[in-house]
Design a protein around this ligand. Sequence first.
Ligand SMILES: [Zn+2]
Ligand SMILES: [Zn+2]
Length: 539
Amino acid sequence: MRGFLTLTILLLYIPLLYSDELDFEIPTHYFHAIRFSPQNIPIVSILITNQHNSYYVSSSDHLTLEYRDKGKISSIKTRSAIIERGEFKAGSVIYKLIVDRINYNDTETRENIIKKFKELGYDVESVLVGAVFGLKGKVHDNRQFYISIATFKTPEEAEPLITDVFNRYRIRAFLLPVLKSYPSGKILVYIPDRQQKISVENVFWVRQNRGSVTLQDGQRVVDYGSFNGDFYFTFEADGRLAAINRTDLEELLRGIVPSEIYASSPSEALKAQAIAARTEILSAIGHRHPATPYLLCATQHCQVYSGTSSYNIETDRAIRDTYGKVLLYEKRFVKAVYSSNCGGISEDNETVWGEHREPYLSVQIDADEKSEAYRRFKDGINEENLEEFLYTVDDTYCASSSFTNKKAYRWKVEIPYEELIRLLKKRFPIETLDDLMIEGRGRSGRIKGITIVSKGKKFYVDREYNIRQLFGGLKSGLVYIEKKKDSSGRLLGLIFTGGGWGHGVGMCQTGAIGMAERGKSFMEILMHYYHGTRVEKVY
Ligand SMILES: [Zn+2]
Ligand SMILES: [Zn+2]
């Protein structure tokens, strides 16, 4: 019965445009058209900052300012400019409450989920989010259907339903902002070289001419660094003026990879990291910033990017040596996630993020099949063998790497009772802690959820990240919790014995270095962490 799916499909996915022309219209930027450089490399737009009302751009050589004036494009060569927000009108955004995300071609799962929520009485809607890339005659896809069960005017209005859905079904719903009307405004530009002032509508471009573009705030207090590629300035939905760098993906990687891994790592590990980072960006496009005039941001939320100051000769070489290469699973870009240290075993993506399982992101002992660790623990970790795993396993790739931080591979934290109460009070209205229960572990032993008991009341916390935060920032969810009690059984504190640093899904960066040190190639490293995928040169 396929006919029952009569629902609205809202399209938020990204069309293709084959040129590196400038866009002077606000809707084009919100529409997120993906352009390609003359070499066919995807061009990416990254928010550098939106925290100021005025910005100062300069170059060691020359910049070209471009803007539209009465229908035609004007262009000025100069060394610097001050760009200020003038009168503006904010746009408007509505919020879809999303309960699930399903890969574009997984029709069966999607129909089942839609049916389930319709039967529960919700107003279900599918929203298609993401991008399709036509690269070298092949189509690659990162689109997903986001399943929405309600629409709200403000995030606050959605709060009760988010809580309700969590309490009933343990589903952590989130809001997808969807643009309803575009912002608009005037941008005032002062050009010191010419003592000239101009007023521009909506979008202003600063193109790299010779020398990179340096961005500072208008008072020249905050220095954001120097960037290759162009900048454009336009309005966020709430009316803020955003400074956005536009550059091709290979250039962007030069500013990203050095912040993700030690540049002194062995070259095969650097190559694996370059391919993972390239793939991760392509798989994230369209998903991270749905109602903004750019695709990505320059912070941890997407990937840390600080421009030319971080360029490094070793990471540059790894990027060049893997030019255009990405990880694919079937026709999709792999979600090439990675974390610092897996503690000897990686986890399923569904355990950590509650999303559908990706077959290539499943639990994996971080060692070869001849190792002790593999032989003893290949069937996974549970409450019974976790302590033994944490105390005895030391022949994994991440334990043996010369870059291993011993305090990241294995760690111990004791939190006394008073401190526990102080931490728990930040989240729950409690004065005492009477008990704590572990509500399931993933196949690697990472905690899925815990229940806090206080004066007969129970409070549930799900997901390893939330649990780590709850206790003041534990390094990982691969942790054994021991209750310290006095002779009368009263709780005195908790002792956390853990392994690894980070979420533990996908590539273990320390393990990748360990593998490279044992003579493994970047291909062997990638196939170990993302099994069943393939490396392909897509441009
Ligand atoms: Zn971001
Ligand atoms: Zn590892």
